[in-house]
Design a protein around this ligand. Structure first.
Ligand SMILES: [Zn+2]
Length: 479
């Protein structure tokens, strides 16, 4: 078990995730896909049962030898018994079982690292058995006949066959065809009744430079009407508001949620209202994603240094005040900005600096040093006691962040600050699994995280360098 090895992206390549919504091409594919999701879950539960039985046996009698929680061991054990416990196993790709076992190994490693205090973030519990209604259907392929078809409209997976992509796959397919991108894995997953294929790749990428390598900007994020306020290098203050349709979507959402709550659970009307609600939530999430990507891409391409606040979004959402406030914290996607900024700055050759959590960016008057101790969250402007001028809270905070010169802590680096972290091997629990994966080249990485990456929208404009998938970053902070 021990520490999970970190995956190093070879020099000149960047790890990159792609995501395409797909639909089935033949009627029986739906069944086949459901079988694969089930097969993955079955293997996961089977392996968990082995581990649990072994732990229980060892608790009763310490002389029982421990079962190694590694993918090779568990896979070997699975192959020995699969004809007995799952006589239907030839129906599905062997990757479905391997994926379930690998995910369990990852979960066990996370649990054990968390217990030993070697893992940041919230405590991780012991893995639980997956039930069909609770498990989110997915299966990952790392070998076999998986490819992007040359028509740029289809993605082929082993056993399941071709799936039609709703989006043109050109940006990735072209690079794969030219040998500039290597597919590491493809993950088929469902969300609601939609199917997605996430492709983890390595893409060849020359180092880049931002257009103003020596310039700095500061970004102050908020939950009010001004979603983000940027202090540019030339003292220009840019105020980024919520996306235009945002308010309308939120309004509709309230209305439909009320409808849903008034309908009888299980009725057709309730189902319809729930479906509408899900569609609105998806729309809101897409709008938010778009806003985050637009902001981060634009800044990362321009500035050598971007300074953001160390927001504790988890704490904000957990503890502070009214429900409406907590909801708006999550809806504003504040926690997503820094990780996104972290990998984009590393792609673009800049750096992200995370200002200290206790830096009073809102309370100090930029350029004069006047301090306003009892600033409340609702105060949009305040009067500086030192110079008597009216201070705009958000613009002032952004300027303070831009000119922040404090030390950069190691913690910030670990959590997606300055140095871009390398992607971490999440999916296979650090086990070198199925080397090759159609990868030919100097380095054969085991795998790469990023299968759940949804950053296909902005990349349409230009392929972007990516040296890392940010790790952690879920605990940020407010003042
Ligand atoms: Zn002042």
């Amino acid at each position: 078990m021990g520490r999970r090895p970190h995956f190093e992206v070879p020099e000149g390549w960047v790890a990159r995730g792609w995501r395409f919504e797909v639909e089935t091409t033949t009627p029986d594919q739906r069944t086949l896909i459901a079988q694969h999701f089930g097969a993955r879950r079955f293997a996961y539960n089977w392996a968990l049962a082995q581990v649990k039985a072994n732990l229980d046996a060892r608790a009763a009698d310490p002389s029982v030898p421990p079962l190694a929680w590694t993918l090779p061991t568990l896979r070997k054990a699975w192959n020995q018994v699969k004809a007995e416990v799952a006589p239907w196993w030839p129906c599905c790709s062997k990757e479905a079982y391997a994926c379930g076992i690998a995910d369990l190994v990852a979960a066990l490693n996370a649990w054990s690292a968390s217990k030993l205090g070697r893992r940041a973030g919230p405590r991780v519990g012991f893995p639980r058995f997956k039930a069909r209604h609770r498990d989110h259907g997915r299966v990952r392929f790392t070998t076999g006949a998986m490819r992007l078809e040359a028509d740029r409209r289809h993605v082929t997976l082993p056993v399941i066959g071709p799936l039609r992509s709703k989006e043109n796959t050109r940006r990735l397919q072209r690079q794969v065809a030219k040998g500039r991108a290597r597919v590491l894995s493809m993950t088929l997953s469902e969300q609601g009744d939609r199917l997605f294929v996430s492709v983890a790749t390595l893409v060849a990428q020359a180092p880049r430079r931002p257009s103003q390598p020596d310039a700095r900007c500061g970004v102050d994020l908020g939950i009010g009407a001004e979603w983000a306020v940027v202090a540019h290098a030339d003292d220009r203050i840019e105020r980024v508001t919520h996306p235009a349709p945002w308010a309308a979507v939120q309004q509709q959402r309230r209305q439909i949620a009320r409808q849903a709550s008034r309908r009888i659970i299980g009725s057709r009307g309730h189902r319809q209202a729930k479906a509408k609600l899900a569609a609105l939530d998806r729309r809101a999430a897409n709008l938010r994603q778009e806003a985050i990507h637009t902001l981060t891409t634009q800044l990362a391409r321009q500035y050598g240094t971007i300074v953001v606040e160390d927001l504790d979004v988890a704490a904000m959402g957990r503890s502070m005040g009214r429900r409406a406030f907590r909801r708006s914290v999550y809806q504003a996607g504040l926690g997503q900005v820094r990780p996104t900024m972290a990998y984009k700055t590393s792609w673009a050759g800049g750096r992200l600096v995370v200002a200290d959590r206790w830096f009073a960016s809102s309370k100090t008057h930029h350029g004069c040093g006047g301090y306003h101790a009892d600033l409340r969250l609702t105060d949009r402007v305040w009067v500086c006691s030192a110079c008597g001028r009216l201070v705009d809270r958000n613009a002032n905070a952004a300027l303070n962040l831009r000119d922040w010169t404090g030390p950069v802590s190691d913690r910030a680096v670990q959590r997606g600050g300055v140095a871009a972290p390398v992607p971490f091997v999440g999916d296979h629990g650090g086990q070198a699994h199925a080397p090759g994966v159609g990868v030919r080249g100097p380095v054969r990485p085991p795998q790469v995280a990023g299968a759940h990456d949804t950053r296909t929208d902005l990349s349409s404009r230009r392929e972007e360098p990516r040296t890392g998938v940010p790790v952690g970053g879920q605990s940020l902070n407010v003042r």
